[in-house]
Write a protein that binds this ligand. Structure first.
Ligand SMILES: Nc1ncnc2c1ncn2[C@@H]1O[C@H](COP(=O)(O)OP(=O)(O)O)[C@@H](O)[C@H]1O
Ligand SMILES: [Mg+2]
Length: 261
């Protein structure tokens, strides 16, 4: 008999990474999300564009469980996770980064990533000082390489540049064995060269790790995504391949119009 995971046996192999069905979230009278339905295949990389207040971060909070849904369902690799607490979603391989940094300034880069790796490995209560061959330590070093922070391993987080801190946030999301990552505006405030670095880091992630990236810069979004969704007023407004989106007259009006003024 072939080896299949419990999820595969229950829900069938090849289930999409993420399925949103009519996802709705109200804040009082405000419909921050209204009936958002989308399906993201395993390993797919999706960009979400949209003006401030469109509901992008609320969508992330709904997927992670930080905000309960007003209506709708969410499935993660075939399993309905709509009612699961955030920690259980993390255990199933869901990760996110935040629009506002959540880093600890007084740790070094290596300690930060090491603690994240050890935290998700379930050995967080060990007081032993790790040696270089510790599994979490080896994972931490390889993640630090993946986010181009090798030369900064021993620096205090508070002394990193803004761009390096954003790279470290990606490193923390890679701790454990993520299957899907939600990146909330990782390019915000980055210089052109830091943006190129970010594109290289995201492009080189292992192919089985899918993600959604919220991104304002159309150039970055089109380069790191297989498919693009545009949100407006809590709804999906348009979806397409990077080519379709780039050549869409309405999108050109909204995005490229602003850019060349
Ligand atoms: N915790 C909250 N309480 C009340 N309103 C919120 C909350 N979070 C977001 N909103 C509102 O929901 C709408 C969508 O916000 P958000 O998802 O942060 O937009 P985006 O990330 O696309 O800029 C906005 O009108 C915002 O003010
Ligand atoms: Mg936001």
């Amino acid at each position: 008999m072939s080896e299949t995971s419990v999820a595969d046996r229950l829900y069938g192999a090849g289930a999409p990474a993420l399925e949103l069905d009519g996802v709705t979230r109200h804040f009082g009278a405000l419909a921050a999300l209204s009936g958002v339905t989308m399906r993201i295949s395993a390993g797919e990389r999706r960009a979400i564009l949209g003006s401030n207040g469109a509901g992008k971060t609320t969508l992330f909070n709904a997927v992670t469980g930080e905000f309960p849904l007003t209506a709708g369902r969410i499935r993660f690799f075939g399993e309905d996770i709509s009612e699961l607490p955030t920690q259980e979603r993390i255990r199933r391989g869901l990760r996110r980064t935040y629009q506002i940094s959540q880093l600890f300034g007084r740790l070094t880069v290596l300690d930060s990533v090491f603690l994240a790796c050890r935290g998700v490995s379930g050995r967080r209560f060990s007081l032993r000082r790790p040696d270089a061959r510790d599994v979490s330590m080896m994972q931490a070093r390889s993640i630090i390489t993946a986010v181009h922070l090798d030369d900064e391993s021993d620096r205090l987080v508070s002394t990193l540049s803004h761009g390096q801190q954003r790279q470290l946030e990606i490193a923390l999301a890679l701790a454990g064995a993520p299957r899907f990552i939600l990146f909330d505006e990782p390019a915000a405030g980055l210089s052109p060269s830091e943006r190129r670095d970010l594109v290289a880091i995201l492009s080189a992630l292992p192919k089985h790790i899918g993600y959604i990236i919220i991104e304002h810069d159309l150039d970055v979004a089109l380069r790191v995504a297989d498919y693009v969704s545009i949100m407006h007023n809590g709804r999906l407004f348009k979806e397409g391949t990077p080519e379709q989106i780039e050549n869409d007259p309405e999108v050109q009006d909204i995005y490229l119009g602003h850019k060349h003024h």
